[in-house]
Design a protein around this ligand. Structure first.
Ligand code: COA
Length: 690
C-alpha cells in the first residue's frame, strides 16, 4: 500500500543509487551521477554499473543487490530493454525507482508490454515507480538533483510537476530570472504507476510546499484526479497549465447537446469543481505561481489600487469587470487623509492617482494609510517618468509590505528603466506583473481559490437506487435485444419518470391502427422511431392539429412518409421557454450534464452550461442561479421567475440517470418546456441512444 512515508523516501531519500552511472562525457548516467554528487546532496550515494570497479574515486557496484544495504531510491538510466531486469534484481533492497529511460508505452506495443510487466512487478512487490520516460526529480530543500537538468534551482515553496521533461528545463531557467524558489520539481513521464493524483496527495502533505504548479497534457483517471484535487485544493492552491484538447469520440449527429460542449470547456468546469486554478498559457502560469509563492491570498474581495499613471489606473479599473474581486470604496475619513498627503490634482478615489511626479514619499504615505482601510490586497502601479525614483519606490513597497504584513502585488510597467526596481521587488518576494490586467486576473483567481478552500464543501457521494436501476436497465436491455439504436418515446418517458421527470400525457398509435380518443385539441403528431432521430428535418412532425379529422389526415400523411412506424400524439403545449438538456460523455471526466437555452437559438447563442456529477440539489441550484441562463430564474425584465428548484431537481434526476446508466451512447431532452405560471415542466422530446 502506498503511504506518505514511501513517497517521502522517494522524493527526499537518505540514500540513492544511480543505475547506469558512467564517466563518459554527455551521457545521461554521467550527468545524473554528477548532479547528485556535486550539487550538495548529503545523503548516501551508490553508483551501479558492472563495467567499472570505481568511477573517479568512488566505488562502483555491479548491481543494486551487491550494495547489500537498503537504498531509498534507485534512478535507472539504462536502455529500456534492461529496465525490468534491473528492477527485479534490485527490489530486495530498493522499493522506490525512478525510470529515466525512454522506450515504453510512448513508442507503441513493444514498449507498452514492457510497462505492463513493470506494473505487475510493482503491484506484486509493493514498489513505487516514477516514470518511465521522465527527466527525474529535484528536491532543492535537500540539494538533491536526481535529474539530467542542469544546476540546482533556488529552494522555495513552489512544487512543480510536469508531464513534459523538456518544459521543466525551460521553466527552471526562467524561474531563476524570476527569483522563484522550489520545494520539489518532479517529472512524471508516462505516469505508468505513480500518477499525477499520487503526486498531488504527497505534495498536499509536504510542509515545504505552498503552491503546486502542474503542466499536464492528459489526465490518467479523471474522476480520481478530481476527487484528490478537490481535497488538496482545500489545503493549498493547485495551478494547472493544461495543454491539448481532450479528443471526443462523441457522435455529434446523435445529440445536439454533444455539439454544444467543447472538450476544453469541460476541462474548465472540471477544474473549477475541484478548486483548481487554471492558467491559460505559460506566462499566466508563471505569474500565478509567482503571486501565490510570494504573497498571501487576498483577505477579502475589496482591492485598493495606487498608481502614478492615470492611464494604467484606467486599465486596472477595466480589468475588474466580471471579476469576483472589486475596487473597494474608501471611507470618507480615509479620502480626507489621502487628500492631505497628495497634491490637489490627485484622485483620492480608487485607484488613487499619485500623479506622474510622485516620489517614494507619496507611495509610502498612502500605503501606510491604506492599512486602516483593510483592503483584501493592494496593487501598486508605477511607470518610470524622468523624476520617478523607481528603486526607492520598490524599496518602500517592500518595507511597507513587510512591516504591515499586507497582501500586495506590483505592476511596474516599462523595460530598462524599471529593471533594477523590479529586481529588488523579486528579490524581496513581491510579485510584479507587466500589466494591470494580468495582475487583476491572477489576484481574482487566487481569491476565488481562497473562497473555495474556506467553503469546505462535502464530498458528494452517489448512492444508486437499485429498484430504479433495474427497471431502467430492463427497458434498455429489451430495446437492445430488438436491435434498436434508441428507445421509443414511451420507453424514454417511462425511464425519465423513474428519475422524477415528467413528459405530460401522450398516445402512441400507428397510422393505420386504432385512433386515440382525444378530447382536447390542438395536438401534435410526431414519428416515433429510432431510425428518425431528427424528426422535424424530415417532415416527421405535424403541429397544431385542431380536430379528429385533421388528426386522421396527419396520421395518414405520416404513415405514407414513414411506412410501418409508430406515431406519438401529444397535446400541443403552449411554449414559454424551451430548454435543452443532455449528457455529454467525456473521455477523461465521464458524463457531463449540459443544459441551456433550447429552440432555434441553441447553436446561435451558445447559452449552455456544464455540470459534473455527482452534485447535491443545493449545489446544482447554486450553479443554475449563477450560470448563463440564470436570468430565467431571477425574473428578468418584469417577468415572473421560473422555478429554479424544480429545474435543479430535473438536473439532479438526469445526473442520477447518467451515473446509473453509463453505457448509453447519447441522451437529450430537447425541448424541455418550463413555465412560470404554475404549470409543471415537461420533457416534450427525449432521445436515449443505446
Ligand atoms: N546495470 C548498471 N549499468 C548498466 C546495466 C545494468 N544492468 N546495463 C548497462 N549498464 C551501463 C552501461 O554499461 C553504460 O555504461 P557506460 O555509459 O559507462 O558505457 C550505461 O549503463 C548506459 O547504458 P548505454 O547502453 O550506454 O545507454 P545510454 O547511456 O546510451 O542510454 C538511456 C541509456 C536510458 C539514457 C537511453 O536508453 C534513453 O532512454 N534515453 C532517453 C532518455 C529520455 O529522454 N528520457 C525522458 C526525458 S523527459
Amino acid at each position: 500500500m502506498k503511504t506518505k512515508n514511501t513517497y517521502q523516501k522517494l522524493f527526499s531519500p537518505q540514500s540513492i543509487a544511480i543505475v547506469g552511472a558512467s564517466n563518459k562525457k554527455g551521457k545521461i548516467g554521467t550527468i545524473i551521477a554528477e548532479n547528485i554528487s556535486k550539487l550538495g546532496y548529503k545523503g548516501k550515494t551508490y553508483l551501479i554499473n558492472p563495467a567499472y570497479k570505481f568511477l573517479g574515486f568512488k566505488r562502483c557496484y555491479p548491481s543494486l543487490s551487491a550494495v547489500k544495504k537498503e537504498i531509498d531510491v534507485a534512478i535507472i538510466c539504462v536502455p529500456a530493454k534492461f529496465v525490468l531486469g534491473v528492477v527485479k534484481e534490485g527490489m530486495q533492497n530498493v522499493k522506490n525507482f525512478v525510470i529515466i529511460s525512454a522506450g515504453f508505452s510512448e513508442i507503441g506495443a513493444e514498449g507498452a508490454k514492457r510497462e505492463q510487466e513493470l506494473i505487475a512487478l510493482a503491484k506484486k512487490n509493493n514498489l513505487n515507480i516514477l516514470g518511465p520516460n521522465c527527466l527525474g526529480f529535484i528536491n532543492p530543500i535537500v540539494n538533491l538533483n536526481a535529474s539530467f537538468a542542469a544546476g540546482m534551482p533556488k529552494a522555495g515553496n513552489v512544487a512543480f510537476v510536469s508531464q513534459s521533461g523538456a518544459l521543466i528545463v525551460g521553466l527552471l531557467d526562467k524561474a531563476k530570472e524570476e527569483h522563484m524558489g522550489f520545494s520539489n520539481v518532479i517529472s512524471i513521464g508516462n505516469q505508468m504507476q505513480v500518477d499525477e493524483a499520487d503526486i498531488l496527495e504527497y505534495l498536499a502533505e509536504d510542509k515545504e510546499t505552498k503552491v503546486i504548479g502542474m503542466y499536464l497534457e492528459g489526465i490518467k483517471d479523471g474522476s480520481r484526479f478530481l476527487k484528490v484535487a478537490k481535497k488538496v485544493s482545500q489545503k493549498k492552491p493547485i495551478v494547472i497549465l493544461k495543454a491539448g484538447k481532450t479528443e471526443q469520440a462523441q457522435k455529434a449527429i446523435s445529440s445536439h447537446t454533444g455539439a454544444l460542449a467543447g472538450s476544453d470547456e469541460i476541462v474548465d468546469v472540471a477544474f473549477k469543481s475541484a478548486g483548481i486554478i487554471r492558467a491559460d498559457n505559460l506566462d499566466d502560469f508563471f505569474a500565478l505561481l509567482g503571486l501565490i509563492s510570494f504573497t498571501d491570498a487576498p483577505k477579502n474581495g475589496q482591492m485598493a489600487v495606487i498608481t502614478n499613471a492615470g492611464g494604467a489606473g484606467v486599465l486596472a479599473t477595466d480589468a475588474f469587470k466580471n471579476k469576483e474581486i472589486a475596487l473597494m470604496e474608501f471611507s470618507q475619513k480615509a479620502k480626507e487623509n489621502f487628500a492631505k498627503q497628495l497634491p490637489s490634482e490627485s484622485s483620492v478615489h480608487n485607484p488613487i492617482d499619485l500623479l506622474g511626479d510622485a516620489g517614494a514619499d507619496r507611495y509610502q504615505n498612502i500605503l501606510e494609510m491604506l492599512k486602516k482601510e483593510n483592503p483584501g490586497s493592494t496593487i501598486c502601479i508605477l511607470t518610470p517618468q524622468q523624476q520617478t525614483p523607481v528603486e526607492e519606490i520598490a524599496k518602500i513597497i517592500t518595507s511597507v509590505k513587510e512591516k504591515n504584513k499586507m497582501s500586495l502585488a506590483a505592476v511596474f510597467i516599462g523595460g530598462e528603466r524599471i529593471k533594477n526596481g523590479v529586481l529588488h521587488l523579486k528579490q524581496n518576494n513581491i510579485p510584479n506583473f507587466s500589466n494591470p490586467e494580468s495582475c487583476v486576473r491572477a489576484l481574482d483567481q487566487y481569491y476565488r481559490w481562497s473562497i473555495f478552500a474556506n467553503e469546505k464543501t462535502d464530498e458528494q457521494k452517489y448512492a444508486a437506487n437499485a429498484d430504479c436501476k433495474k427497471i431502467v436497465s430492463n427497458i434498455i436491455k429489451n430495446a437492445r435485444e430488438q436491435k434498436r439504436g434508441a428507445l421509443s418515446f414511451s420507453e424514454a418517458a417511462n425511464v425519465m419518470l423513474e428519475y422524477g421527470i415528467d413528459s405530460g400525457s401522450f398516445w402512441i398509435v400507428s397510422a393505420d391502427g386504432e385512433k386515440p380518443e382525444i378530447k382536447e385539441f390542438p395536438v401534435v403528431a410526431k414519428i416515433d422511431s429510432d431510425k428518425v432521430l431528427h424528426k422535424s428535418d424530415k417532415q416527421g412532425v405535424i403541429l397544431n392539429i385542431k380536430n379528429s379529422g385533421e388528426l386522421e389526415e396527419a396520421l395518414k400523411a405520416l404513415g405514407q412518409n414513414f411506412p410501418g412506424e409508430k406515431v406519438l400524439v401529444q397535446p400541443m403545449q403552449q411554449k414559454q421557454v424551451e430548454i435543452i438538456l443532455g449528457i455529454k460523455k467525456d473521455d477523461i471526466f465521464g458524463p457531463v450534464i449540459v443544459y441551456g437555452l433550447g429552440g432555434i437559438y441553441t447553436e446561435i447563442f451558445h447559452m449552455a452550461d456544464f455540470l459534473l456529477p455527482p452534485m447535491s440539489e443545493a449545489e446544482i441550484k447554486k450553479q443554475v442561479l449563477s450560470g448563463k441562463i440564470r436570468f430565467l430564474f431571477q425574473g428578468a425584465r418584469g417577468q415572473k421567475a421560473y422555478d429554479a428548484e424544480e429545474f435543479s431537481k430535473i438536473i439532479k434526476g438526469i445526473m442520477d440517470f447518467a451515473l446509473e446508466n453509463s453505457d448509453i451512447d447519447g441522451f437529450d431532452i430537447n425541448p424541455l418546456f418550463i413555465y412560470n405560471d404554475g404549470r409543471k415542466a415537461s420533457a416534450v422530446d427525449i432521445k436515449i441512444i443505446i
